[in-house]
Design a protein around this ligand. Structure first.
Ligand SMILES: O=c1[nH]c(=O)c2[nH]c(=O)[nH]c2[nH]1
Length: 313
């Protein structure tokens, strides 16, 4: 005997690019743009589609993709990934009586406005991909307690932010035993590709159109995103790092202090090793921290330092 114990389905990698023009039909209009990869998955009374080949409970993944595109045209929140995801998620659980949960994940690709050097002005409709990092949000919309008692969980963050510091990082005092070959250093290269996520404590808010609109002011999704990235960069640059672990904890603590609506913060930080190259065969000193100038970046293995830090109540 076998039974279905979990089922969730939908569309992944829905690619959306949206232009918002300040004035329709005006070539001088100011444009805002976003590019998203959307994943929209549904849960509910859908077991029969798996166990009985009964498609009458299936909202086709093609229709789910169509919904994402239509919302990209019509949602007032399309430039704000958390609210756009809430809009979409609430739509799915309220439109279909048998769909009780929606999981909307959005990756936002980076398009930054170009500043034209001639006049120092930000250009009204030209953008540059000035980094590989992505802004992320994962929204779970839950109507299991009824369509009039919808709740949501929002986790946001960023990934792919590659940083390196060539000073201000040490690693000393770790366990030394018969397994240890690593030398202690008071100066080393520290490089990581930041993967950051943080959860929001949402106010109890009816997730109506007006309720979702009010969340930007009440929770500050966009402000939290900007602040978390800036804190990550500032602390990475300025901390006299005793270890990846110690720097990570400071970053988490500062994000919690800066954003009242953030409940917990998690980082995954690979420690991308840079090994000083032995140039002794040419009589060149390059191994001690004070001499090390030529390094071999090592793709693998990397350390992987993770932690979650939560607000203390
Ligand atoms: O910051 C670090 N933390 C570690 O846990 C570790 N382990 C290691 O080999 N190098 C480092 N660096």
């Amino acid at each position: 005997m076998a039974e279905l114990t979990a089922a969730r389905y939908g569309k992944d990698k829905v690619r959306i690019f949206r232009v918002v023009r300040s004035v329709k039909g005006d070539p001088q209009a100011w444009h805002d743009v976003v590019e998203y990869n959307v994943k929209a998955l549904l849960e509910g009374d859908i077991a029969a589609s798996y166990t009985k080949a009964d498609n009458s409970v299936v909202v086709a993944t093609d229709s789910i993709k169509n919904t994402c595109n239509v919302f990209a045209k019509t949602s007032p929140h399309v430039l704000h990934p958390e609210q756009f995801a809430l809009d979409l998620g609430v739509h799915f659980v309220t439109t279909y009586a048998h769909i009780h949960k929606a999981f909307i994940d959005i990756e936002q690709l980076k398009w930054s406005r170009i500043t034209v050097s001639k006049d120092g002005q930000p250009h009204r409709h030209s953008f540059v991909r000035d980094g590989d990092e992505k802004r992320l949000t994962s929204v779970e919309v839950d109507a299991t307690k009824g369509k009039n008692a919808i709740t949501a969980k929002v986790t946001s963050g960023l990934s792919g932010l590659l940083v390196l510091k060539s000073g201000g990082s040490a690693f000393e005092g770790f366990v030394r035993d018969e397994w240890t070959t690593l030398v202690e250093v008071d100066d080393r290269i520290f490089s990581t590709e930041v993967d950051l996520s943080y959860t929001f404590a949402l106010p109890v808010e009816a997730l109506t159109a007006a309720g979702i609109a009010a969340l930007q002011d009440k929770v500050g999704f966009d402000k939290a995103s900007e602040s978390a990235k800036q804190i990550t960069l500032d602390l990475f640059a300025t901390d006299e790092s005793a270890s990846v672990q110690a720097t990570l904890f400071k970053m988490c603590s500062e994000i919690i202090a800066a954003s009242p609506s953030v409940e917990s913060v998690s980082y995954r930080l690979p420690n991308k090793h840079y090994i000083p190259v032995d140039l002794g065969f040419k009589g060149l000193a390059n191994l001690k921290p004070v001499d090390a100038e030529v390094f071999c970046p090592v793709a693998a293995p990397s350390g992987l330092i993770t932690a979650t830090v939560s607000r203390k109540h």
